[in-house]
Design a protein around this ligand. Structure first.
Ligand code: DGL
Length: 270
């Protein structure tokens, strides 16, 4: 058993889709979240810059004495894959492996990947798929505008700008006849309905937040690192930190969490 908090970070709000799933699965766990809202997006930056930012994010979480760190950001997960965790001296996971394994369990052989430009450029999702099954056909598409749509609240199912953007991005993947689509950026599940409408009901969508929450639950169980709540406790403590306005964060967080944030929130300087 381990009472320390689970550390989670993202370039902004997308990682809250992992928080949402984690709270459902492990309600007693304490969570420390960092959203680098002052420097989002990461996905349009160079590999070196993304690594530099991610290392600062991990360091910040480690200062909070967390028992593990989740890179709840598709972009970071592709440039700092799970095998780099030794570098941080802390149990570390990204979203790539859990999402890929979930896709491979259900695909009939044609997987689509949508992610940020940097994530697609890295080729990490493809490599991870080919490691398990090199016969799978993989089609990737960078969808950077999805991040801005989500951060700016253009997420309603009938939002014309969002629908047009989705059509533009997803039509080539649809034409390839994919059967499974990995939403390889943690912002994208917020556009799930729009994405499903555009790609068609026959394509199964993989949510990296959901799969990563499942994955970390299994690891914590296996390593005997779950928190055992005291009898009077009604749920874990949640602390949210951001590098831009905390009030703005509070407003937008509701969409990602599917409800109000429970816990403290604060703007910090890294
Ligand atoms: N949540 C990040 C990701 O999964 C957002 C994208 C960005 O910072 O560009 O890639």
């Amino acid at each position: 058993m381990d009472d320390r908090a689970i550390g989670i970070f993202d370039s902004g709000l997308g990682g809250l889709t992992v928080v949402r799933e984690l709270v459902k699965r492990l309600p007693n766990e304490d969570i420390v979240y960092f959203g680098d809202t002052g420097r989002i997006p990461y996905g349009t930056r160079s590999r070196e810059t993304i690594i530099k930012y991610a290392e600062q994010d991990v360091k910040f979480l480690q200062q909070h004495n967390v028992k593990c760190v989740i890179a709840a950001c598709g972009t970071v997960s592709t440039v700092l894959p799970t095998e780099t965790y030794n570098k941080f001296g802390v149990l570390y996971t990204g979203v790539v492996e859990p999402a890929v394994q979930a896709a491979l369990r259900i695909t009939s052989g044609k997987i689509g990947i949508i992610a940020t430009e940097a994530a697609v450029r890295s080729g990490t999702y493809e490599r991870e798929i080919y490691k398990t099954n090199e016969k799978t056909k993989v089609f990737s598409k960078g969808c950077p505008l999805f991040v801005s749509l989500v951060e700016n609240g253009f997420t309603a199912r009938n939002n014309e700008i969002a629908v047009l953007t989705a059509r533009e991005y997803l039509t080539p993947l649809k034409n390839q006849g994919i059967d499974t689509l990995i939403m390889g950026c943690t912002h994208f599940p917020i556009l799930r309905d729009i994405i499903q409408d555009c790609i068609g009901d026959g394509v199964r969508l993989i949510d990296p937040g959901l799969e990563t929450a499942r994955h970390i639950e299994q690891i914590l169980k296996k390593e005997n690192l779950l928190k055992i709540a005291a009898e009077h406790e009604t749920g874990g403590k949640h602390s949210f930190y951001v590098s831009d306005s905390a009030e703005q964060f509070l407003e937008n967080a509701r969409v990602f969490l599917g409800g109000d944030i429970t816990g403290t929130y604060e703007q910090i300087v890294l």
